[in-house]
Structures are given as C-alpha cells and as structure tokens.
Design a protein around this ligand. Structure first.
Ligand code: ZN
Length: 369
C-alpha cells in the first residue's frame, strides 16, 4: 500500500527544496573518508617512477643495482611509474584523479614555507599554515585538526582514528586534548582486547630491531589500521606512512622505491577491504597526499626544508564516488596543502571553513560540479 506524505513531512521537504543554499549543494555519496599520507614522497617518483640518476651505489646507496633496475626501471615514464605504484596508476588514474604533475601544469604546494613534517601535517590537518609550528618537537598542537573538529560532532564522535608511523603524531593530533584514537610510532597498534593475530602484531612491534627510534615500520602501521577498519568501521580513518622519507634521509634510494611500492600495496588493500564491506562499498572516498616534497639532483633528493629548491611541491590523489574520473590532471588551478582539511570535511558533508576564519577552501577539482 502506498503511504501518502504527511502534511508536516511535505512542508519539511518543501522547505529544503526551496532553500537556495541547499539547492546549490550537490548531494554527495561519500559517507566515509580514508586519508593517507606518504611522508616526503616526491612528485618526481609519483609521476615518472624511478630516476636513473639515483639508481646507483654512489648517488642512491643502492646495494643491488641489477635487481633494482629489474624491479623498477622501464623505458618510459608511464611504464616506470606503473611499476613503482601500480594501484595509483592502474586504479586511481583510471577511476579517480592525481594532481601535482609540475611538468603538466598541475601545481600543488606547501604554503607554510618550511617544507618539513610537523608544519606540513599541521597544514594538511588544520587547513592553514601556522608560523608558530616551526620545529618537529613533541609540542601539543595549539590548533584544532579536522579530525578533532569532526570528533566533536555527534555523527562522528568515536568514529575517527589515526594510525601513524611517526611518534610525533600524538602531539600533532593533540591526542590528550582531542581524545582521538591515535596509535603512533612504536607503541602497540592494538589496544583493548587484541585477538591472537593482533597480539602478535603488538609483540612484533615491541621485539623488532628498529632502524629509526622515532618512526615505526609502515607494515606495522598498516596492519593496525586495516584491523581497526574491519573491527570498528570508522567514518574517518587517517593512515600516516613514514618510511619513504626516512629511507631518503638515509640516502637509500633502493629502499625509497621498495617502501613506496609496498605502501602502494597497503593502500590497495585498504581500498579493496573497504569495498568488500557494506558499510564502505560505494560510499568511501580515499584521499592521499604528502607533507612536503624534496630536492632534486645527486644530493638534494635526500633532503627537504626551507632552503631546498623544489621541496614545496607536493601532490594529491583522490578516488571515490564523488570524484570525477579525470585521471592524471594537467593545467589545473594551483592548489595548496592547506586545502586538504576542508576537502576531507566536504566529502563528509561538513564545512570546516565554518570552524575558524583562516581555513583554506576545499579542492574543487576532486568534486563533481
Ligand atoms: Zn624528512
């Protein structure tokens, strides 16, 4: 039997249909966002794959040049990037968008002027650069991130989590003030009542010899995040991978390529897992970016910062039901890192710019008009 609209319901419908602000906002399919960062992965590798100049013992600290060439060297940039980041170039480039190819007139930049991690993550997550954030020290962030802001809303409370390789993230996300679920660095990735598999993950994190004291291996972070996604179904999951930056600082170009390739696989598995779950299938947007670029040439590829030429160039990738499948973009409106926060919020139908005055606008290009 067909039910007639009640008069009150009809009035409510009429109100929303006739309100111009509502009419101007296209309804989005996205209900959940997975935000991923790869620390200091250069746009050069993302768009052109492995660089020949650096695939040597001298410039890149490569231990097995033959194997590295076999794994990552191809004749064309398109083939090289596909070998390095197959999920980006097979899936995101055909179903989503990748912005930031400087050679194709798509500029994405850091706007804090410092081009290193804490200022970058602060800019990505709070929607604005802040000159007070001028070191990587473990100082609680005075700014509110989009994660913390959303977490204050009933629809998102307790449904936001962050899994991070770098142990400064509990301060960047101000875990103490925000109350967000944040697992970072070498602390156990799973809290509460871990399953046998999760207990093993925690044990491995505690027992594995560390290359870096402040950055845990991305594989540990990935498995922490993947299990959390399956068990808790967060509406906003942030995964911050770290190895691509640290291997570069160590001068190991082989490890940079290997860790980038591994991370591409982690992102693929996160995406495919989400698509296998009814809570996420067809209603999830994946956003991927980086905190800074790096220099170029035989030495400066290892480094980044205020004085390193080109370290301000970043990139952004998006995949989901509300992002037109335009692939690798060229000649786009220049964008800044600060636009990511409001973009995350907009996908979740929230306006982060209403939170404070200096928040940058969402990235228009990744939304349908
Ligand atoms: Zn770094």
């Amino acid at each position: 039997m067909k039910k007639l609209l009640s008069p009150v319901f009809a009035l409510v419908v009429a109100f929303f249909v006739s309100t111009p602000a509502m009419a101007a906002t296209p309804s989005l399919k996205t209900r959940n966002v997975i935000l991923v960062t790869l620390d200091g992965l250069r746009w050069q590798e993302l768009f052109a794959g492995a660089e020949a100049l650096l695939m040597t013992k001298e410039a890149g600290g490569v231990t097995d040049t033959n194997q590295l060439r076999k794994d990552f060297w191809r004749e064309t940039a398109e083939a090289r990037r596909g070998a390095l980041l197959p999920f980006f170039w097979r899936v995101i480039a055909t179903q989503g968008q990748i912005l930031g190819n400087v050679n194709k007139g798509s500029l994405a930049k850091v706007s804090n002027g410092l081009n290193f991690s804490y200022p970058g993550y602060n800019e990505i997550l709070t929607g604005a650069p802040d000159p007070r954030i001028d070191s990587n020290a473990k100082t609680p962030n005075p700014n509110v991130t989009v994660l913390e802001w959303l977490n204050q809303k009933p629809a998102f409370r307790g449904r936001i989590a962050a899994f991070c390789a770098w142990d400064v993230f509990p301060y960047i996300l101000n875990r103490e003030r925000s109350g967000l679920h944040v697992r970072a660095g070498w602390e156990p990735m799973v809290v509460g009542n871990p399953t046998a598999r999760q207990a093993l993950l925690n044990e491995l994190i505690g027992q594995t010899t560390r290359v870096w004291d402040t950055v845990a291996y991305d594989s540990f972070v990935f498995h922490g995040a993947l299990d959390y996604l399956k068990d808790h179904k967060p509406r906003l999951l942030y995964v911050a991978f770290g190895e691509t930056d640290d291997w570069a600082h160590d001068g190991r170009y082989d490890r940079v390529l290997q860790s980038a390739r591994a991370t591409d696989g982690f992102i693929q598995q996160l995406w495919e897992t989400a698509q296998s779950l009814p809570e996420y299938r067809g209603t999830t947007t994946l956003l991927i970016t980086t905190d800074h670029g790096r220099g170029s040439g035989l030495k400066e590829w290892k480094d980044h910062g205020q004085r390193v030429k080109g370290a301000e160039f970043i990139w952004v990738a998006a995949l989901g039901p509300d992002t037109p499948a335009l692939g690798e973009r060229s000649n786009t409106q220049p964008l800044t890192q600060s636009q990511v926060a409001a973009t995350v919020a907009k996908f979740l139908d929230e306006d982060f710019r209403s939170a404070k005055t200096n928040v940058a606008a969402p990235i228009d290009a990744v939304f349908a008009r």
